[in-house]
Ligand binder design. Structure first.
Ligand code: ASP
Length: 587
C-alpha cells in the first residue's frame, strides 16, 4: 500500500498512529541535529521529522540525499508538534519517520513549486506539469471540475440530455475560420473541427431530443486576440418548444445555482438591457455594471458655443468620475494619452472639474462660461468635487472609446472588484452587421438566428437591414460575455430569405447548409438555445483575468503549445499518405 493517508489529512486526533504517506519533496530543512521534510501532494503538505542521535543514521543519510520534487514514500508515527503552524491544516502534527522509500528522483525543477513561483510565464508553460503542482493552478482546475459537476446535475435534473456531437465535421465558412483536418481515405478532402455544435444541436431538436446540453470543446482559428484560446470549452445547450423567456429563465437559473453553490451568493432576477441601451449608456455590448458612470449625451449643452470640435461632432458624450476633481494635471494628461492610444483611438479628451468650492475649471474654459459648465454638470448630475470627462466624434466610435475610458476609470478608482459579481442579460441584438471590407451584411450571431417577429418585414427592404433586431441574447458578467444564444429560424422560407440577405445564392446555401435545411423539411420544432463559455465562466467565478489558468494545457499567445511543441511540420511520409504537396518557399 503506497499510502494510508494523504498529505493533507492528518490532525492532532491522529497522534500516535502509524501512517504511510506518499508525495513530493517540497523542501528539506537540515538544521544539523534536526531535519524536516515537507511532503506535498494534491491535498496538502505534511511535515516529516528526523532527529540526529534518535533516528536511524541511515534514514538521516537518506533524508540528506533528497532533493526538491523527489517522490517519496514515508512511514512513521504521527506526533504532536512542538511549534505548531496555525496556517496549515496539518500544522499541529508531524511524522516521526521510521522508513523512507524513494519512489523516484527528480531533476531540480526550473522554477519553485510555490504559490508565488519565481518562474516566468513561458517557463511555467513549457513545464506545465510542474506548474500544475502549484496550489493556485490546482485550485483552478478543482473549481472547474466542481462547476462542471454542478452544471451536469442541474441540467440533468431539468431533463437535459448530454449528447456528444462529432468533432470531424463539414467546414462552414461563416463566423470564424475553421481548423481543418485532411482525410487520408478521401484524398484532397478535409474535415473541419467544429466552431460550435450549432447545426448538430439543431438537428437534435429535429430529432425530438427537446433538451440537449454538452460540455464540449470548440475550435476557432482566429487571430489571437487577448485571452482567446484556439480550443476552448462551451456549455452548449438547446431546447424545443420554448420562447426567449423560457431560455433566459432556464439559464439564469443555472447561473444562479452556480453562484449559490460555489460563491454562496444569491441573486434576484438578473437585470436585462437592450443592446441599444448597452451601447448608448456603456458603449459596449458587454457592460460592466459593477459600477455606474453611465454615459451622458451632451449635444444640446455642448454645441453652439463656438467650440469647433464639439460643434462638428455627431455626438458629444461623457462620464462623471465622482470625487475626482482633485486629479492633477499629470493624471489628466495620462488619461488624455490613454484615450489617444491607437487601441482606443480618440483624438483627445475634454475635462471639466467641478471644484469643491463650486467653481469650474475645464480644458475648454475659452468657450464655455461657468453658467455653461453648470449646465454640463446638471446633465451629469455632478456634485462639487466631481470630474467630468468628455469625448466627441462619430457616435458609435466615440461610444466605444468612452467605454475604454470608463473601464480605465473604474480600474483606477477600484470599482472593478473581482470578488463582486454583476450579471445581466443583453437582449435584442441587431440581426445583421455591415462589413465595410467585404461590402456585405453578416449575421451578428449566426445565420440561424431569428429576427424579432415584429421586425421581420424589414427583411424586404435592404436599406433597413441594419435596423432589424434579432431574438438574440448574451449573458454578461463583470464586463465579459460569458454566454450567448438565440431563437432559431425553423421555417424554411424565412431561412432562405436570411441566406439571401447574407449574400448566399440558393446553390451556395444548399451546398453549405443543405443537410440542416433538408432536415427542416421533416418537421423542425420551434427551438432556441445558448452556449456559455465555460473557461471564461470559471475564470470569472475565481475572480481571475485570464482563462488560460483554467485550462490544464493551454496554448500561448501565438497558438502554440510550447510544452509539446505543436503545431509542428509533418514527416514527408505522412504528407504523402495524405496526398498533400507542400510548396513552401524556402529562403
Ligand atoms: N453556437 C453559438 C455560439 O457558439 C451559441 C448558440 O447560439 O447557442 O456562439
Amino acid at each position: 500500500m503506497y499510502r494510508t493517508h494523504t498529505c493533507g489529512e492528518l490532525r492532532l486526533a491522529n497522534a500516535g498512529q502509524e501512517v504511510t504517506l506518499s508525495g513530493w519533496v517540497q523542501r528539506v530543512r537540515d538544521k544539523g541535529a534536526l531535519i524536516w521534510i515537507d511532503l506535498r501532494d494534491r491535498y496538502g503538505i505534511t511535515q516529516l521529522f528526523l532527529q540526529d542521535g534518535v533516528s536511524d543514521p541511515k534514514l538521516i543519510e537518506q533524508a540528506r540525499s533528497f532533493g526538491r520534487e523527489y517522490v517519496l514514500q514515508a512511514k512513521g508515527t504521527v506526533v504532536e508538534r512542538e511549534s505548531k503552524n496555525p496556517n496549515m491544516p496539518t500544522g499541529e502534527i508531524e511524522i516521526k519517520v521510521s522508513e523512507f522509500n524513494l519512489l523516484n528522483a527528480s531533476k531540480v525543477p526550473p522554477f519553485t513549486i510555490e504559490d508565488e513561483s519565481d518562474g516566468g510565464d513561458d517557463l511555467r508553460m513549457k513545464y506545465r506539469y510542474l506548474d500544475l503542482r502549484r496550489n493556485p493552478v490546482r485550485r483552478n482546475l478543482e473549481l472547474r471540475h466542481n462547476m462542471a459537476i454542478l452544471v451536469r446535475n442541474y441540467l440533468s435534473n431539468l431533463n437535459f440530455l448530454e449528447i456528444e456531437t462529432p468533432f470531424l465535421i463539414k467546414s462552414t465558412p461563416e463566423g470564424a475560420r475553421d481548423f481543418v483536418v485532411p482525410s487520408r481515405m478521401n484524398p484532397g478532402e478535409f474535415y473541419a473541427l467544429p466552431q460550435s455544435p450549432q447545426q448538430y444541436k439543431q438537428l437534435l431538436m429535429v430529432a425530438g431530443f427537446d433538451r440537449y446540453f454538452q460540455i464540449v470543446r470548440c475550435f476557432r482559428d482566429e487571430d489571437l486576440r487577448a485571452d482567446r484560446q484556439p480550443e476552448f470549452t462551451q456549455i452548449d445547450c438547446e431546447m424545443s418548444f420554448v420562447e426567449q423567456e423560457d431560455v433566459l429563465n432556464t439559464f439564469e437559473g443555472l447561473a444562479k445555482h452556480l453562484f449559490k453553490e460555489i460563491k454562496g451568493i444569491e441573486f434576484d432576477k438578473f437585470p436585462r438591457m437592450t443592446w441599444h441601451d448597452a451601447m448608448k449608456y456603456y458603449g459596449s455590448d458587454k457592460p460592466d455594471i459593477r459600477f455606474g458612470m453611465k454615459f451622458v449625451e451632451l449635444n444640446d449643452v455642448a454645441k453652439g458655443k463656438g467650440f469647433g470640435l464639439f460643434d462638428g461632432a455627431e455626438l458629444v458624450v461623457g462620464i462623471n468620475a465622482e470625487g475626482c476633481a482633485e486629479y492633477t494635471r499629470k493624471q489628466l494628461d495620462q488619461l488624455t494619452e490613454f484615450v489617444k492610444r491607437p487601441q482606443v483611438g480618440a483624438g483627445g479628451m475634454v475635462y471639466i472639474k467641478y471644484n469643491a468650492d463650486g467653481s469650474f475649471k475645464s480644458s475648454v474654459d475659452k468657450f464655455y462660461t461657468a453658467d455653461d459648465l453648470k449646465k454640463f454638470a446638471d446633465k451629469f448630475g455632478a456634485k462639487p468635487g466631481d470630474l467630468m470627462l468628455i469625448l466627441c466624434g462619430p457616435a458609435m466610435k466615440t461610444r466605444k472609446q468612452l467605454n475604454e475610458l470608463r473601464l480605465e476609470m473604474g480600474n483606477q478608482l477600484g470599482l472593478r472588484d473581482p470578488q463582486k459579481f454583476a450579471p445581466l442579460w443583453v437582449i435584442d441584438f441587431p440581426l445583421l452587421e455591415w462589413d465595410d471590407e467585404t461590402q456585405r451584411y453578416y449575421a451578428m450571431h449566426h445565420p440561424f438566428t431569428a429576427p424579432k417577429p415584429e421586425d421581420e418585414y424589414l427583411l424586404d427592404d435592404p436599406s433597413k437591414w441594419g435596423e432589424i433586431r434579432a431574438n438574440a441574447y448574451d449573458i454578461v458578467m463583470n464586463g465579459s460575455e460569458v454566454g450567448g444564444g438565440s431563437i432559431r429560424i425553423h421555417d424554411r422560407v424565412l431561412q432562405n430569405k436570411m441566406f439571401h440577405t447574407l449574400g448566399f445564392t440558393d446553390e451556395q446555401a444548399q451546398e453549405q447548409f443543405g443537410f440542416l435545411m433538408g432536415a427542416f423539411e421533416y418537421g423542425a420544432p420551434p427551438h432556441a438555445g445558448l452556449a456559455f463559455g465555460f473557461d471564461r465562466l470559471c475564470s470569472i467565478f475565481a475572480g481571475a483575468d485570464s482563462i488560460r489558468d483554467f485550462i490544464a494545457f493551454p496554448k500561448n499567445n501565438s497558438g502554440r503549445d510550447v510544452m509539446s511543441g505543436s503545431p509542428a511540420p509533418l514527416a514527408k511520409e505522412q504528407l504523402e499518405e495524405l496526398e498533400i504537396k507542400l510548396d513552401l518557399k524556402t529562403e
